[in-house]
Design a protein around this ligand. Structure first.
Ligand SMILES: Nc1nc2c(ncn2[C@@H]2O[C@H](COP(=O)(O)OP(=O)(O)OP(=O)(O)O)[C@@H](O)[C@H]2O)c(=O)[nH]1
Ligand SMILES: [Mg+2]
Ligand SMILES: [Zn+2]
Length: 297
């Protein structure tokens, strides 16, 4: 049988076959080869007839489409980059780096701004404007459920994870989206409160767990991760990770233009005109600086 690993705890895995989850373990040969099983893996498994608890044995991991190491998840096709503008405040370079990581991994990003109840309509509009025409963006109130239908539509049928800083409301959204926890035979994702002293959330979600929604969406709830592993790269590679810059490829005077000090640069012109948002350009400059630093090490 073919199923998806939706949770792993201490050598035990929960495999979802499209209807229900069964608990199981890896076949000895997998363990001997030190083959890892990631949450998100599609696996070949069978029910262990000798086991009265109807546990299963995982025979084989089907080839992964992609995987992340922190957190260890596989086969994502979409990432919802979640952040709030207040409690906690947004750090755009961190968000943009996460978006750039998606570009590298071939994962489609979607932006979800939470806690819209804590800021003015103008503040929210200004934030949405940054990603307008670059990535789909929704704003939600996790407590009332406002905006969640729009998010539901965007992620429908996808293997999707929520990423973003701690305390922004990822688990709150996950709980709203997966609705009936009984059906998943799992407890709802833990939510926590922002610690008053630091203004940062406590990391209440400590492991990765996938919730199967009834529209075919596989929703991954993860600890608050804010970055994806970035490989070493050249400064000219960074521009490829910003879709709004990629679109202007070939329009600068120099083909290897990195859009900083070169004359006749289409990107700098777009930033001045406002068709590329200055916040995105600032994040780009920061990433270029980081790449230069790595190269000096
Ligand atoms: N005012 C307001 N509070 C919210 C909203 N969404 C979530 N919260 C609150 O924010 C706090 C943190 O929410 P969580 O869902 O635990 O955050 P998280 O992103 O899962 O955090 P980690 O698991 O630490 O990564 C909780 O107290 C929620 O009730 C919202 O839209 N508005
Ligand atoms: Mg959480
Ligand atoms: Zn340029």
């Amino acid at each position: 049988m073919i199923g998806r690993v939706i949770k792993g705890i201490g050598g035990f895995y929960f495999v979802h076959d499209g209807n229900t989850a069964v608990m199981g373990k890896a076949r000895g040969s997998l363990k001997r080869n030190k083959e890892l099983i990631y949450v998100g893996d599609i696996v070949d498994f069978e029910i262990d007839e000798n086991d009265c608890d109807n546990e299963c044995v995982i025979n084989k991991v089907i080839e992964r489409r992609n995987f992340l190491t922190r957190p260890p998840v596989s086969n994502l096709d979409m990432l919802v980059v979640v952040f709030s503008l207040k409690d906690p405040a947004v750090n755009y370079p961190v968000i943009d780096k996460l978006l750039a990581g998606c570009e590298l991994k071939g994962i489609t990003p979607v932006i979800c701004i939470t806690k819209k109840d804590l800021v003015s309509a103008d503040e929210l509009d200004a934030a949405m404007e940054i990603y307008h025409g670059v990535y789909p963006a929704v704003s939600v109130n996790g407590n009332t459920g406002e905006g969640l239908d729009e998010l539901r539509k965007l992620i429908s049928g996808r293997n999707v994870a929520l990423a973003g800083p701690s305390g922004v409301g990822k688990s709150t959204i996950t709980n709203c989206l997966h609705g009936d926890p009984e059906e998943n035979a799992e407890v709802p994702a833990a939510t926590g409160t922002i610690s008053d002293k630091t203004g940062r959330g406590r990391h209440t979600t400590r492991h990765v767990e996938i919730f199967a929604l009834d529209d075919g969406t596989y929703l991954y709830d993860t600890p608050g991760f804010t970055s994806l592993d970035m490989p070493e790269m050249e400064t000219v590679d960074v521009r490829e990770l910003f879709p709004e810059m990629r679109r202007l490829a070939g329009e600068c005077r120099y083909r290897d233009c990195i859009h900083i000090n070169e004359p006749d640069c289409a990107v700098k012109a777009a930033v001045e005109e406002g068709t590329i948002h200055s916040s995105r350009y600032d994040s780009y400059l920061q990433m270029i600086e980081e790449v230069k630093k790595w190269k000096k090490l």
